[in-house]
Design a protein around this ligand. Structure first.
Ligand code: GAL
Length: 339
């Protein structure tokens, strides 16, 4: 098996180098990561002459600048320590009240200002397989989180066209955690619109939310049985957390109407947060001169419920200091016309 290809991608303002890592499988599927934000920068499917199905930027400068936008898109990055919003950035744990950074109006979003998405991860390609392990240690008190959190993230590309993500965290003190991935997928290619692609979910309910996009604690039903296509009405402003119905093997899927590609999402997480880039500004300059827009891609963020620390009936998001948190998510690409 060929070794993972490593290249310099760019330099951070403090002089540290960001590298890119290219994984390839035997069918010619290629996935590229960069060590800034543990970003997946491209995902090229086999057999279609470079069908790149994730949104991204060509230059490190664009990733850095995007994090200063009013609504940062978090293209391809790992999101944490806590994905989604936490009301007023406040939570209680072990009878103590913690104030997290308020980086989204008065609320906390996607881990705050010095979040995992902005961190420089240390990457180690594995020699025996098409796999890369990235590590990041966030210091005690970063964005108000208790404990030093050690994150270990392995992405592997198999010869069955599966992209496997295994994320693990340990903390030196009890804390809260909810880590996810923010890849924007488009099975027609990153220069297309996802409007005509169909989404299926192993869910019947989503979390009701207030006007600040924060869960109210109530659940809303959108269909009677899981794996219904999402209704057009819901898709037009899709930014919702869907409650996974059961631990069936497949939790979600995205299908292209004509090119045969389907992405199956398998995960150990209790929710799928689906986001169509409705907050993206029109004409955001992306890779290869492509202008991104509100329906350029859809994120399948496999995670716990946003604002979980403030709702006792939501699944626990507490990570005790002697425990290991894990998010295992697989994106499996299938196409009967190809491989
Ligand atoms: C999503 C979130 C959106 C928006 C986006 C980043 O996960 O649900 O409301 O914040 O990330 O632009």
């Amino acid at each position: 098996m060929k070794p993972v290809e490593i290249k310099e991608f760019g330099q951070l303002p403090d002089g540290q180098m960001v590298y890119s890592y290219l994984l390839k499988n035997k069918h010619g599927m290629m996935v590229e990561f960069i060590s800034y934000g543990a970003v997946m920068r491209s995902c090229v499917l086999p057999g279609n002459q470079g069908l790149d199905v994730v949104l991204g930027f060509d230059r490190l400068e664009d990733y850095l600048a995007s994090m200063n936008m009013e609504n940062p898109p978090y293209f391809g990055s790992i999101v944490g320590p806590f994905a989604g919003r936490i009301q007023q950035g406040v939570f209680s744990l072990n009878n103590k009240v913690y104030q997290l950074s308020q980086n989204h109006g008065s609320h906390h979003l996607h881990g705050g200002i010095d979040s995992f998405s902005r961190a420089l991860w240390i990457a180690k390609p594995q020699t025996a397989e098409q796999s890369i392990t990235l590590k990041y240690v966030s210091t005690v008190g970063t964005d108000g989180y208790p404990g030093e959190i050690t994150s270990t993230l392995t992405y592997s590309l198999t010869d069955d066209n599966e992209l496997k993500m295994n994320y693990k965290a340990e903390s030196t003190e009890d804390t809260i955690i909810n880590v996810t991935q923010h890849h924007y997928w488009n099975l027609g290619g990153h220069d297309q619109s996802v409007e005509n692609q169909s989404i299926q979910l192993n869910a019947t309910h989503f979390l009701d939310k207030n006007t600040d996009n924060i869960p109210t604690g109530n659940f809303e039903q959108f269909c009677e049985k899981p794996f219904n296509d999402l209704t057009t009405g819901l898709r037009s402003g899709l930014d919702h957390t869907f409650v996974i119905s059961d631990q069936s093997e497949i939790q979600a899927s995205l299908s292209h109407p004509t090119n045969g590609w389907k992405m199956l999402v398998k995960s150990n997480q209790p929710a799928a947060h689906l986001f169509i880039g409705c907050g993206l500004p029109e004409n955001l300059n992306g890779k290869q001169g492509v202008s991104y827009h509100a329906t350029s891609g859809v994120c399948f963020e496999m995670q716990n419920f946003p604002d979980a620390p403030n709702h006792e009936h939501f699944p626990s998001c507490v990570l005790r200091k002697d425990e290991v948190y894990e998010n295992n998510t697989i994106f499996h690409f299938v196409n009967n016309d190809h491989v």
